[in-house]
Design a protein around this ligand. Sequence first.
Ligand SMILES: [Cu+2]
Length: 385
Amino acid sequence: MGTHFYNPAEGGDALLWQHLFWFFGHPEVYIIFLPAVGMVSTILPAFVGRPLFGYMLLVMALITTGVLSFGLWVHHMFTVGLPRLGESFFTASSMSIALPAGVQIVCWLATLWAGKPVYKTPLLFVLGFIVTFVMGGLTGVMVASVPFDTQVHDTYFVVAHFHYVLIGGAVFPLLAAIHYWFPKITGRMMSERLGRWSFWLIFSGFHLTFFPMHLLGLLGMPRRIYTYQPELPWAGLNLFVSLSALILFAGFLIFFVNILRSWNDGLPGGDNPWGATTLEWATASPPPSYNFRRIPVVSGREALSAGEEDLPVVAGLRTDRRELLVTSVVEALPQARESSTSDSVWPFWAAVATSVLFIWSIFTPWAVVWGSIPVAVTLVGWFWP
Ligand SMILES: [Cu+2]
């Protein structure tokens, strides 16, 4: 577009790009992690037979993590040469995010501690997540400190750290989630035997591959450089890492074989194979296209109490035209019946007109003037009469 934001010759600042990148890039780590928190918090109670410990605390910790994550990005830029006071601030904020993360881990551990864990494959992956993510969090506190970070910057220590955080914090929960919701999607169970094989191969393969990278980094091996002089002391560990990656590969191979085989030939699981209490298990597995034939009445986070099969349903809505149940916001108590609008193409044209306005306005400010005419027309059509 010919802008000069990053061009020093025109009064811009090249470093601004790095700031902008990490102002996106650090919160993004948590955007990857937050869905995993939801998965783990949903899966864990199903395998320990009790509700999540400290639900409110966990949610508050999650929100705190989200807010704090926007104040940490400079910890990726400690070797840029920024003012010392600023670096100290970002050390403090980076270390402080370990607190809400610690609260979440304690809630999950307390749930495990107070329940009777049944060690099926999804729970194994959840435990693998907790172990791996805590280790990644500990090295995170280490690299938040400027003197230490200056030593290991751009070395394999950092590569090890972020694989522990991201594979531990997102891939392990995803693997747990796939094993857990597979019967919801297909009506069939994944093989428990293959599941255990894949878990132990992935878990051990992961740690054998990535733990030595901490040591390689401390020995000074730089990242993003694919080769090195033979006299440097990295060859043995690198060979070890490469061989361990094969174990990791074997684990994922078995995982994919498990999916393919179970898709058509897995044992039928019934509607609620894990005896879970969340709402998605209150309908058939796999669910019909309409999910619920009638709106179920849900009275809490645990939609199904133990052993319950059918929920009471909302009755009295019209069936000959669209009607919505209006409820209070927090308690969801029924308050009114509202007839819904008929089909309309106007929202679609309003969306097209709005998109044209915004894309056009990249090229000329006049688009805001002329482009608002079709937007106005479609909005009038939409809201008429
Ligand atoms: Cu970061």
